[in-house]
Design a protein around this ligand. Sequence first.
Ligand code: GLA
Length: 385
Amino acid sequence: MIAGKKVRTLLCVLILFGEVSLASPLSSQGMRGTIRKQSFGKTASGEQVDLYSLTNKKGMEVSITNFGATVVTLRVPDCAGKPADIVLGYDTLQGYENGKSYFGATVGRYANRIGGGKFSIDGKEYALPKNDGNNTLHGGIIGFNKKIWKAREIASDDAAALELSYLSPDGEEGFPGNLSVKVVFTLPADRNELKIDYTATTDKDTVLNLSNHSYFNLAGEGVGDILDQMMTLHAKQFTPVDKTLIPTGELREVAGTPLDFNRATVIGKRIDEDYEQLVFGKGYDHNWVLASGGGKGLTVAAEAHDPKSGRMLEVLTTEPGVQFYSGNFLDGSTGKGGKAYPRRSAFCLETQHFPDSPNHPNFPSTLLRPSAVFHSETVFRFSVK
Ligand code: GLA
């Protein structure tokens, strides 16, 4: 046992210093990324949906479906080179059609919550369907996570990429303006990272907040809880919420609270402390105000590490906030391979603008005008440590 651990640690160190390569030798075709397309079945209404698998030569594989622009599997090696799928999800399209947890999905038109299901632009009020008590969550009843996106494969010498686009019609789920959205997922040939690029334009003033809702368990999906995994969040403040998880408008210092993750901290260490915000969230389910402020190029927002497998995830973003959600609402329902996903068996790091921004003028604006092009980037970068 001890010897096994020593060997594993040595292997990790060798890999870290580049002495051992996890990748197979480069083929004569060079580093070219590959994309494989297969059918993911038909929706209940008979529409064809596909699954695209992107692979690189470093042992990483990501599969994405154009249903909900959803990351279905994400395989990365551990420190002994053994790959595992580290995102929660379903084996079938039906799982995603019926699912209520937003596994891996692109969430929008407004990721996270809008309080009271309403907001105003220039004095005109818009009412949205409420799907989370009195609030609107992740775009409403049929958000972007349930839409079929148009796919275009982009394979180049240095990456495999999938472009997914969707036209959200004026008035869809109560939001104004025809919104044209494009999400590009890129897997570089020579690095284990998934880059997500979001672009959008509108023909009427609207509000917009886009995110990816992958649920990570760095030990592998369906392998216990994430309470022993470590989290770092580069944020000095967070946005406290009321008991329905709508921000009060305050920006509160994390210092001295169980929400201070400026130093890597075991997720489970303080999660059940008697701190009102943790009681409201039933654990962590808050927006951290990133120190970068957003909009200044890609900066590191968060780092997560599983000491057992050695897997390390770094999240970089151009967004001003990140929702760290500790999977508090997972209830043991089954996912891939019939495995149960109990409470806190995964975490999400949803890069975003702050929840309910349309109702908080002191938050960075989520207003998109027809004259502007929305652009946002997030990278999930993997390594071993
Ligand atoms: C977000 C929310 C959570 C929860 C999940 C989906 O992360 O902040 O409260 O609704 O989505 O279950």
